[in-house]
Design a protein around this ligand. Sequence first.
Ligand code: TYD
Ligand code: MG
Length: 456
Amino acid sequence: MAKTQTRYVCQECGRSAHKWMGRCPDCDSWNSFVEEKRSEKKTRTPEDVAGGRSEDGEARPRPLSEIDMGPETRIESGLQEFDRVMGGGLMQGSVNLIAGDPGIGKSTLMTQLGRHLPERTILYVTGEESVRQVKARAERLDVDSDRLLLFAETNTEEIVAASREKEPDLLIVDSIQTVFRPDIESAPGSVSQVRESASALARWSKQNNVPAFLVGHVTKKGSIAGPRVLEHMVDTVLYFEGDRHHAYRILRARKNRFGSANEIGVFEMRDDGLREVANPSEIFLSERSYGVSGSTVICALEGTRPVLVEIQALVTPASYGTPQRTATGLEQSRLRMLLGVLEKREGLQLTDHDVFLNVAGGIRLDEPAVDLGAAVAVASSFRDIPADTTTALVGEVGLGGEVRSVTQIALRLKEVAKLGFERALVPEGSLDGLTPPEDLEVKGVRRLREALEAVL
Ligand code: TYD
Ligand code: MG
């Protein structure tokens, strides 16, 4: 029996309520509740369950040995940066969300899969662009596959029907915000529509053991438009990041049920599509400034991969008002903390200075191991003394000005040595039992001051 029920859903975080609220108690957004009518239709009756029947006929408890894995569990695309982020290829029956700012290259990446998987049938559902636009992109990307099927459709029922008919090896829905279910009354892009459409597509994908990619846009606040609920429903959440003014794009797994999260893939956006960047450190250091104050090189760990990155700082006397503190590629709060430590522990008079910090190359770092390099870069600019260019820095800085140990030091040092650095400053506490790479002088530091003395 179908009955219509009115409820209100926060368009920011997906919280639902029976009455309208001015402010969402979960995410504190104002005026974010929108009325949504939907017919509540149960998909399974208790009778079904009692009889052991389920939607896919597979929901009975069964021993491990009875579960058939099928002949192949992963599809390797051959696009290695992509496969690594996916945990070694596309898992059969997995539902993957790929999110990112408009224009970052999500559709490009998805279309490009056609070039790498010419022997697979790919159903590419386009809700935003016309099939001609997608074809034009495919031509530019040199995709010449008769098995890439383009379908301009936004009705989820039609998409599922087409999937049933065409039996693709891979389903791509670009984007999840444009599709809708006719049985739900709210507009496409609303929380209910996004959630319910995704759920219908996910069900098809799981039942047929076909991987699906749902493309999603990111809102100004940085969350996937509307529902964070979507993140819980899917198996992997991939973010495609990068600065639109830079050619580099980073594909990052935030959640991965089939592999390690936080793994990254690095690409360069070219005229003919995305090119894989096998050695990101070389790229991030390619435009490095030498002999200029305020520049250091750090080694961050992105998933299982160490990446060397240049940190740039610029400290200038503030001309008026409150001094500016701007960090690009690093948390603002992290920068403020480091400035506090530099003032209090090292006596740097930064209060009347503007401080700009930039992670070169458009990559975003959120690992405390970058602290030491960032703090030294700020001090280097403040004192206008270039930091030693042959030294790389790794370490977390504590509030007392102490340098704290970081994980995976051996892996990081290997990358530092590989890129031709002569010396690395690392936390004293990370040195235990470490065999440093040949040709690399590894110096342990206990305090930020020791690092400043060593490189400035
Ligand atoms: P697109 O994949 O459409 O972004 P999204 O789907 O994330 O919104 O790509 C956006 C940009 O990429 C667009 O400005 C053009 C550029 N681009 C290239 O530089 N090279 C290419 O080969 C392609 C297809 C796009
Ligand atoms: Mg697009």
